[in-house]
Write a protein that binds this ligand. Structure first.
Ligand SMILES: *[C@@H]1O[C@H](CO)[C@@H](O)[C@H](O)[C@H]1NC(C)=O
Ligand SMILES: *[C@@H]1O[C@H](CO)[C@@H](O)[C@H](O)[C@H]1NC(C)=O
Ligand SMILES: *[C@@H]1O[C@H](CO)[C@@H](O)[C@H](O)[C@H]1NC(C)=O
Length: 183
């Protein structure tokens, strides 16, 4: 028989775990939740350009910055239907020579489906690329995605160590106003 204090602690832990694994809370009244998955193909020196090497002695890579205009596709293969472009930048935002965290700031400029053409979604956050899954914020949008708020789960599908080519999966969960803007 566990002492009461342990049983109470165990119950609290179980409650905490259930809370942690419960599905994300539904949207607030007047909102709906929408999911979107796309894949970004980042090709250094092809669709991503180094714009700033680190200056001074702050660390081996802190400040290394790349600007990109990467293809976004519906599926993971590079030849999959292009749904838009990821336009923005990432830069090494962590000190030290260990595993880097990137500041990732970009706009998903969508072309497909037709209803999304010209609409954008703005994403921002810390991309700890060494983790199997990481989360960045959906901070807003335009067109059909006006007032979007939410998060994106990132995972690396492919990474070529020799040239840096990467395919990143983005799984977005967004709260949107009930009455999406119609075009
Ligand atoms: C990785 O990049 C190298 C150098 O560009 C290339 O030769 C190789 O085919 C690439 N590997 C894959 C799996 O695409
Ligand atoms: C990209 O270009 C930079 C600057 O010219 C060069 O230092 C780097 O090796 C190149 N990287 C690849 C993967 O080609
Ligand atoms: C995207 O994430 C949601 C939960 O956030 C999950 O239910 C769904 O299966 C994921 N979709 C894909 C294609 O990974």
């Amino acid at each position: 028989m566990l002492p009461t204090v342990y049983r109470a602690a165990a119950a609290a832990l179980v409650a905490l775990l259930i809370a942690a694994y419960a599905p994300a809370k539904a949207a607030l009244p007047g909102q709906r939740v929408e999911n979107m998955v796309f894949y970004m193909h980042d090709l250094p020196n092809v669709t991503a350009a180094f714009v700033a090497p680190p200056q001074g002695n702050s660390g081996p890579s802190l400040g290394t910055a790349l600007m990109f205009d990467d293809k976004l596709t519906r599926g993971p293969r590079p030849g999959s239907t292009e749904v838009g472009r990821g336009q923005g930048m990432y830069s090494v935002a962590s000190l030290g020579s260990g595993l880097p965290a990137l500041l990732f700031v970009f706009t998903a400029v969508l072309h497909k489906p037709v209803a999304y053409d010209g609409s954008t979604i703005c994403l921002q956050g810390s991309d700890r690329t060494f983790l199997a899954e990481r989360e960045i914020a959906v901070v807003g949008g335009t067109g059909r995605f006006r007032f979007a708020r939410g998060y994106a789960i990132l995972s690396t599908v492919n990474f070529n160590l020799s040239n840096g080519d990467a395919t990143i999966k983005f799984n977005l969960t967004m709260a949107l106003p009930h009455h999406a803007n119609q075009y």
